[in-house]
Design a protein around this ligand. Structure first.
Ligand SMILES: Cc1ncc(COP(=O)(O)O)c(C=O)c1O
Length: 359
């Protein structure tokens, strides 16, 4: 047998592995997972029924073109079907967008800290990450991002609201930024948490993309729609971009279960958005209590809150876990905590208060 290993691409060396939010420990005290920005509500009965009905035929491949879902999305958002592309979660679509635009020698710009998949999918493609620090208020620094554009820039992510800080960029600053970016650079507005936004000054990317051929919007069914485990997301962009996404797609990447659940969810949107409203209410409560406790909490428009804890981050996460909630630490920086069930939020708030008193 040969001693030689297969030759792997050098770009893969040192790639950070994606760290999923940890689940609650089995057999521990009451434990809630507030570490992955999931929707705490169980599937709606109608959505469940559609999935169960489809489950009887999973010996067959899914509809590769996602016809039913694409038509439903086109109607819902008032865009042509040819402007939509679906994929295995919006992270899958984000990876396809990089594959379609950037390779070795090219640059991908994003704010930092932001969604932790950006550096990974950039490095896998062989392109170079250009990270632009958030402002001291934990917001995208769009002026600095525009200034970071070079003739090697191929794609820019704007995560709005930003994961993990929950902060947003508003209409005027976003338009000014887009006016500065050259037309041959793709700007991806990652709106995974769009449905949780209540600030009227935050623009809907799907309105922005319409007269800007270099803008593409990413959306997901994983958060507000509660389908994280089924893996389906989509992009809305002009035809060349959507066509490139079809070329880079893994064939049959979106299961029929996911397609049918997504259609059923769009049809049950009123009910689902009622749940989102309840989570937004909980978000306001959590932020208010934290501020009363003395914490500095950036204004969040997502289903999570961010606490900058620097070198106390890991201790804080451990204290939360001991109390019964698993949060998402970014060692040396801060903790992201998903808004979950009321009881989970209460446990988190008690843990935060106890920690603060010991500071
Ligand atoms: C900003 C952002 N974009 C995209 C995603 C990917 O979500 P999914 O692949 O489940 O659609 C996430 C998930 O956490 C996210 O936070």
């Amino acid at each position: 047998m040969s001693e030689t290993n297969p030759r792997l691409r050098a770009e893969l060396e040192g790639i950070p592995t994606y760290k999923p939010g940890r689940p609650a420990a089995a057999g521990g005290p009451v434990a809630y997972k507030l570490s992955s920005n999931e929707n705490p509500y169980p599937p709606l009965p109608g959505v469940m029924e559609s999935v169960l009905a489809t489950a009887g035929s999973f010996n067959r491949y899914p509809d590769m073109a996602c016809t039913g879902l694409m038509n439903e999305l086109a109607d819902r958002f008032g865009v042509p079907v040819s402007h939509i592309a679906t994929g295995t979660g919006s992270v899958g679509v984000a990876q396809q967008l990089i594959q379609a635009t950037a390779g070795p020698g090219d640059e991908v710009i994003y704010a930092w800290r932001s969604f932790e998949a950006y550096p990974i999918i950039t490095q896998v493609s062989g392109a170079t990450s250009v990270r632009v620090p958030l402002t001291s208020g934990e917001v995208h620094d769009l002026d600095a991002m525009a200034a970071a554009v070079t003739d090697r820039t191929r794609l820019i992510f704007v995560c709005n609201p930003n994961n993990p800080t929950g902060t947003v960029v508003r209409r005027a600053e976003l338009e000014r930024f887009l006016d500065r970016v050259p037309g041959d650079v793709l700007v991806v507005l990652d709106e995974a948490y769009r449905e949780f936004i209540r600030d009227p000054e935050v623009p809907d990317g799907i309105e922005i993309y319409r007269d800007r051929p270099n803008v593409c919007v990413l959306r997901t069914f994983s958060k507000a729609y509660g389908l994280a485990g089924l893996r389906v997301g989509f992009a809305v962009g002009h035809e060349p971009v959507a066509a490139a996404l079809r070329k880079t797609a893994v064939p049959f990447g979106v299961s029929q279960l996911a397609q049918d659940a997504a259609v059923a969810s769009l049809r049950a949107e009123d009910e689902l958005m009622g749940r989102v409203g309840a989570l937004v209410g909980e978000r306001a409560r959590v932020v208010d209590v934290l501020r009363d406790q003395g914490w500095t909490v950036p204004e969040t428009q997502a289903n999570f809150v961010w606490l900058r804890l620097d070198d106390r981050t890991v201790d804080f996460a451990a204290a939360c876990e001991k109390a019964g909630v698993v949060v998402r630490p970014f060692a040396g920086e801060g903790v992201r905590v998903t808004i979950g069930e009321t009881e989970a939020n209460d446990i988190f708030l008690q843990a935060a208060e106890a920690f603060r008193k010991e500071l």
